[in-house]
Design a protein around this ligand. Structure first.
Ligand SMILES: Cc1cc2nc3c(=O)[nH]c(=O)nc-3n(C[C@H](O)[C@H](O)[C@H](O)COP(=O)(O)O)c2cc1C
Length: 196
């Protein structure tokens, strides 16, 4: 299986980063690639809509194009983002804006048509707001919802992991979250292998 891990946090070794490292290790034996989005050059979408007909972004070549190709060939996507203002990080949103045709087409009425049906995804979100307020006040759950909206439109089947109360953690994800991450990766890869 091709596993693509996308880190939407600028902190490579933060909570998101450490959980993604765990995902990487749990997927050992598969083809795994991790990309830290904040190391990538991704120019903002210009809104030209040309990709809706051509299937490719018309902006000058940058990492947005390279990432689109990687996403298109991944069987399992593991996407992590910190919660920024109740949403995903700007860099992850920028990537999603630049890769629309990988995720969806449109019919004549402009209704989205999923392009990644059968693929799987794990969504990881973190925030400083502690449990249960991270859920009740749509903090980590708000960020997860926004990421899932993109992936649901694309047809992915998803699992998610949310970690609230990260302020006292100093970059070290709690053991419980690490164990859950391992379980999610194993489960997602097992299904893929069974279906394949
Ligand atoms: C610009 C910015 C906005 C943030 N917005 C929120 C927020 O809306 N809610 C929240 O609970 N935490 C917020 N945080 C805190 C981060 O979500 C939190 O520190 C997260 O655990 C960082 O993950 P990382 O260690 O993987 O980078 C914000 C942090 C930054 C830098």
């Amino acid at each position: 299986m091709n596993v693509l891990i996308l880190n939407g946090s600028p902190r490579r070794n933060g909570i998101v980063g450490s959980l993604l490292k765990e995902a990487e290790q749990s997927a050992c034996g598969h083809v795994v690639e991790r990309i830290d989005l904040y190391d990538c050059q991704i120019v903002s979408c210009s809104g030209c809509m040309a990709c809706r007909t051509s299937g490719r972004c018309s902006l000058p070549e940058d990492d947005g194009h390279r990432l689109a190709e990687r996403i298109a060939t991944a069987d399992l996507l593991v996407i992590g983002t910190p919660t920024y203002w109740g949403n995903m990080s700007a860099k992850l949103k920028c990537l999603f804006d630049r890769t629309v045709p990988v995720f969806m087409g449109e019919n004549r009425m402009g209704i989205p048509q999923p392009r990644r049906k059968g693929c799987r995804a794990i969504v990881v979100t973190t925030c400083t707001t502690p449990w249960p307020f991270n859920i009740l006040f749509r903090q980590s759950s708000g960020a997860a919802k926004r990421v899932k909206e993109v992936l649901r439109t694309a047809g992915y089947r998803m699992r998610s992991l949310q970690v609230g109360g990260t302020k006292p953690m100093h970059g070290q994800a709690p053991e419980q979250a690490i164990r859950k991450m391992r379980r999610l990766v194993k489960k997602s890869l097992k299904k893929e292998t069974n279906n394949g």
